[in-house]
Design a protein around this ligand. Structure first.
Ligand code: KG4
Ligand code: ZN
Length: 346
């Protein structure tokens, strides 16, 4: 079965084709970074408009990868949320229209669940090792930061989450305060490698591993205070030191709590997901901590961590392959996820 996935929840318009077992045939992403960069963050109305302009070309490009184009597609999966409403509407309308006009089965996919399952995507020639279920997953992106126990694609439990900013949001806001561009994560990641974190004192936010919740808004204030007190970093070296200290503070709590979650649940498998999982410091530190206590870490390639439609197509394929379908008018579709602690996502 070949599934076309469509993603438009935030600032990436994406379409992908995935075959049985998560084999990625096409993966097209139109980034809106240039649209939002002048504002230092995503502007919802501009995102909707850019999705409108990009959605048809992106889908057409993905379909070029299969002989027969849309005729070779067996089902459609589209992100239904969470995300920006106007942005979601564009992808959903495109998916529904194609499903209706071609008589193809359609399923709506939860964006967060798709991130958690992106570790199963198989890209390129070599087959990557994937985790058995259950596994613990850290999902850290621009909009979400949470730890889950994933028992099956339709049995996911939230076990900890941020009380305020998401980790990616913290990276982006810190970068803005430091006069770096948008998105801040990749830039801070690059500079942090060159800096000395001991030169700048920043608190570890909510470091106790007894609680698996996070809080990153205080770190943003700490950076603002640092800039107030010492002025903007004078040169690249100064800047790199602040970035190293900031990245250490975020990474350390994410890594410690993710590994603590594995211990609490007695699960020796940890998956990193979401845009912040692209962070080199987070990958390295989590792997180091986890390995020391016998937990194996699975880190998907960066293209599978940041927003993409291949993960949507794969999450959709799991349901479509079992004969599940959602109604075009959305009167009957799988239940919305309930993000309260201990509740199960279905
Ligand atoms: O998952 P994603 O592509 O979109 C959302 O669903 O939010 O995540 C985007 C976020 C941004 O906040 C970006 O700054 C962050 O991921 N990010 C990073 C890195 N690459 C992207 N954060 C830290 N280090 C990185 N290398
Ligand atoms: Zn995302």
């Amino acid at each position: 079965m070949r599934v076309l996935g469509i993603e438009s929840s935030c600032d990436e318009t994406a379409a992908a084709i995935v075959e049985d077992g998560g084999r990625v045939i096409a993966d097209v992403v139109a980034s809106q970074v240039a649209v939002h960069a002048p504002y230092g963050g995503v502007v919802p109305e501009l995102a909707s408009r850019a999705h409108l302009a990009n959605v048809a070309p992106v889908i057409a490009k993905a379909l070029e990868a299969v002989p027969g184009g849309l005729d070779a597609i067996d089902g459609i999966a589209v992100t239904r949320g969470p995300g920006l409403l106007g942005a979601l509407l564009v992808g959903m309308s495109a998916g529904k229209a194609m499903a209706w006009s071609r008589g193809l089965p359609l399923v709506y996919v939860d964006h967060l669940v798709a991130h958690l399952l992106a570790v199963y995507l198989q890209r390129g020639e070599t087959t990557i090792e994937t985790p058995e279920m259950p596994f613990v997953a850290l999902l850290a992106s621009g909009g979400h930061t949470a730890i889950y126990e994933v028992r099956a694609h339709d049995d996911v439990e939230l076990i900890g989450q941020t009380r305020d900013d998401a980790a990616g949001e913290a990276f982006d806001k810190a970068a803005k305060l430091l006069g770096l561009g948008y998105p801040g994560g990749p830039m801070i990641d690059r500079l942090a490698k060159l800096g000395d974190r001991s030169k700048v004192e920043l608190p570890l936010p909510m470091p106790s591993t007894k609680r698996l919740d996070f809080s990153f808004s205080g770190l943003k204030t700490a950076i603002a205070r640092h800039v107030e007190k010492h002025g903007a970093p004078k040169d690249e070296r100064d800047l790199a030191d602040v970035c190293a200290a900031f990245q250490h503070a975020v990474v350390e709590v994410l890594a410690r709590k993710s590994v603590a979650a594995c211990k609490q649940r007695g699960i020796p498998r940890l998956v990193l997901a979401g845009g912040v999982a692209a962070n080199a410091g987070l990958r390295a530190r989590t792997t180091e901590l986890a390995t020391s206590v016998g937990v194996k870490v699975f880190v998907p390639p960066i293209a599978s961590c940041t927003d993409n439609a291949a993960m949507i197509a794969y999450a959709g394929w799991l349901r479509l392959a079992r004969g599940e379908r959602d109604a075009l008018d959305m009167t009957a579709y799988s239940k919305s996820p309930d993000l309260r602690r201990g509740k199960i996502l279905v």
